[in-house]
Ligand binder design. Sequence first.
Ligand SMILES: [Zn+2]
Length: 551
Amino acid sequence: MSGQALYRRWRSQTFDEIVAQEHVTRTLQNALRAGRVAHAYLFTGPRGTGKTSTARILAKAANCLAEPAERPCNRCARCQAVSEGRDLDLIEIDAASNRGIDEIRELRDKIAFAPNEGRYKVYVVDEVHMLTTEAFNALLKTLEEPPSHVIFVLATTEPQRIPATILSRCQRFDFRRVPLAGLCGKLERICQVEGIGVQPGVLEAIARRASGSFRDAESLLDQLAAYGDAEITLERVQELLGGVSAQAVADLVDAWLAADLGAGLHQINALVDGGTDARQLHLEMIEYLRSLLVLQAGGDGALAGASPEALVRMRSQLAGLGLGRLVEGLRILSQSEPVARGDVRPQLPLELAFAQAALVGTARDEARPAAPAAAPAAAPARRAESPTRPAAAAAVGGRPRRGDAPRPDAVAQSAPAPVAAGSAPSLERLKERWPEVLQALRARSRTLEAVLRSGRPCEVAGGRVVLQMEATFHRDRVMEEKNRQLLQDVLASFLGAPCQVECVLAGQRKPAAGGEHPIVYEDPMVRHAVQELGAKVAGIEPDDEAKTGTE
Ligand SMILES: [Zn+2]
């Protein structure tokens, strides 16, 4: 192999070689053939997706000496000058390196001069969002009235940072992240031509890490090839990528599925102690759950970005996993901060997220009252020296006595028949089936179920379910956002429609929350009228309040 980096050597030379951006290349080719080249283009998209390669191909095509349909021909003097980086009519400016002040000034001074040899002068401004305001203003002046022999290509990964005045003068093309298959395909061709031997799974692992960027994928392959092994092994890849094996992530997901906090925290700590980058592990876990979600939604292995071997395991994991729990787990993991602040252990964010995700939809939430959802994981993470087995065991303390709870997936898959399919849900029907509601809740949170045993539904109307609770403490537990959401989920499946849960206290005149409906529940007669006969309390006269309450 020559000394030149792979991604330079394998830079696309024709529009057809640009992978996964047909929506861009086809439009450009059509414009070139029709002789309708715009004077300013904006290429946006993630790094390594072909923006600057496409800009160079456009520059070639604009000045190519071949027939319009064949441009760029890659054979003529103009094409070759561009390929070899010595074309004087292609001016590349990297706005990131010095914010472009001098270059843009020079550009403005020289732009009026005719091209050296070609038909067009092509200015490519890479990372254009990095320009200073001054440079943007200078650029804008030239964009307002560009000479007919000038083509601008502005490239950026952050289009939202481009001033609207610039945007409005450009024809915009959005480059997409390259799909896994596209990356793998090109890596495979490179390996064949360059004579690089790879074990099965290696290219996929590289492509996954590159997440849609050719430049990153080819750089990684370059690094791996530089080891000089006869064949690049998966082990070598994992060593380079921070040691997160697909196997390890799948094992961690198994622990999550089993809601086995002890096993999960043990695995996380063993991996991090063994040199795995905690942040990468966190991201891999998110990526894995995302793949599960794609599969669950009917996507194939390619869309999920999974190898055939990984697919088999993923499908078996999905068999025991409800969609709700998967979505919630993914949400928690992706919303948690992947970088720990300060001097806490680097794996703490992942541990916290794992613990929260493991608690979702399981019967294993804390029996202690008022414990924040994330508290169990914080404890083991703070124990400095021996974070694995003992701490993990502490975190799941009390699990055995809850061992009789049904598997969460069993619950998720057996949704109850709605209370009143097709008709308005009534209080009567909900009361009848209240024990079933509690039973369904019990599978998801024993604590909440226990709290709700002291309550009962007292109103169902207009998408609201009002519960009457005996004690402030119980009411407050139910109204905690997490619990309220959980209850609303369960109730929605019984009612066949989403609902808002509110609580009133048995001994109180006004609802505890959302209190726009004063209901006099302590009066047996009023209570009977409201609850049994479906009466509505239209209002309470202040003067009569004492009487109403006591008589
Ligand atoms: Zn040519």
